[in-house]
Design a protein around this ligand. Sequence first.
Ligand SMILES: Cc1ncc(COP(=O)(O)O)c(C=O)c1O
Length: 472
Amino acid sequence: MGKFKYKSPEIGENTKKLIERDKSVYFGAHTRSREIPLAISKAEGVRITDLDGNVFLDFGAGYAVASTGHCHPEVVEAIRKQAGELIHHPGSDFYLEYETRLCEELVRLSPGNFPKQVYLASTGAEAIDSALKVARYYTKRPKFISFFGAFHGRTFAAMSVCGSKKVQRRGFGPLLPEVVHTLYPYCYRCPLRLNYPDCKAGMKKIDGIPLLPCVAFLTDSIFKSLVDPSEVAAIIVEPIQGEGGYIVPPPEFHKLLRAITAKYDIILIEDDIQAGLGRTGKMFATENWEVAADVNIVAKGIASGVPMSAIIARSHLMDPGIDSRAWVPGSHGSTFGGNAIACAAALKTIELIENEYMDNAKTQGDYILARLNEMKENHSIIGDVRGLGLMIGIEIVQNKVTKEPFTEDFTEDGKNIKAVIVGEAYKRGLIIFGCGFNSIRISPPLSVTRKEVEECIDIFEEVITYIESNLQ
Ligand SMILES: Cc1ncc(COP(=O)(O)O)c(C=O)c1O
């Protein structure tokens, strides 16, 4: 056990009673924690009120879902109006004007000036499964390439392409066969122990783009010794790794994947579920590098919290009327995909993001990054600050020079450093989450104001200072 003295947050009386009731009926494999013992009563904008009347500043946005802030009045009104007119329609069979409109919007906004079609589902993992099915069906190839550090969801296929934490896979095998994981450019802790951009020196070029050694591991090792690229249906990748640690790849990375997939007729699937729809300051995160994937997947923030996900794919992959290799009617579908209330919420969400919040994400995100980078200079345990827009990761280290992380049993009772930071922030009224093995994520609603940002940064700095001054 470690030496750090840490006490979990106090719990209010009403919250305590709920936790007691909940314990026997809610599934025991949840990750609700003593560090954020939050029982929500209501939420508005960037503030959450708990059952005991305490108010918190929400810089997690329910894992990047409350994109327009909690209960944005225009989203609430769109949902209310829709609920009075139509709640459900079987989308596989009947038409709905605003569902068509939502698909038109997603086609308009997604990267790539080519025909696209949309499939609507309810959760991120379901959309991931759908995209993998599209790719296998169309290519008739069995294999997928995914990445260490990736998180794509909890269904069997989505879990099979995950590479984030072993607890998410252990005990569930055999998983989908034919998935091979390769290296993601986690430059702060390069798996090849190299430094970007020096690592590019002397590398050959693909389509004029210098190959990164971590990508060369795919092209020159995996594709030569393990997997023939002609057997690969798709490469599935997050534009920025989310659960894996908010890891922003260098600008060449997605361009290289685009060039490699084009060369071997492999489908490029970009999982924009966490990074997408304005969070990085662009509607789709790969726009930051001018890359258009064959399939883009969005979920989380698309409908401000009403469950919805979508895959947006090149039309020929989706429509047997255009290409006979595409999946046929009846081969895929979902009862709730394109739900009427979700469509209404998504249309309003997209309008708000496009008109206002996407720019705000860039402005506030740049400011937070600058402030955190300043803070990094003055604090011994902030090893790395990285991000785009309002998708910001802070990696915590024990030693800045060696980048040595704190041990998993950092506290006297065996808690890790992420839990301590999250818990100390909660005690001071700030909700933030951990990610990766040593990082904290900052992912507030895109509507966040400068005042709320200042409040968050002040609390975060107080927490870091408190921990540093209590290190043994
Ligand atoms: C990048 C990414 N893909 C997929 C998922 C899975 O989404 P869901 O939990 O809605 O199934 C997540 C969820 O965190 C995610 O961050």
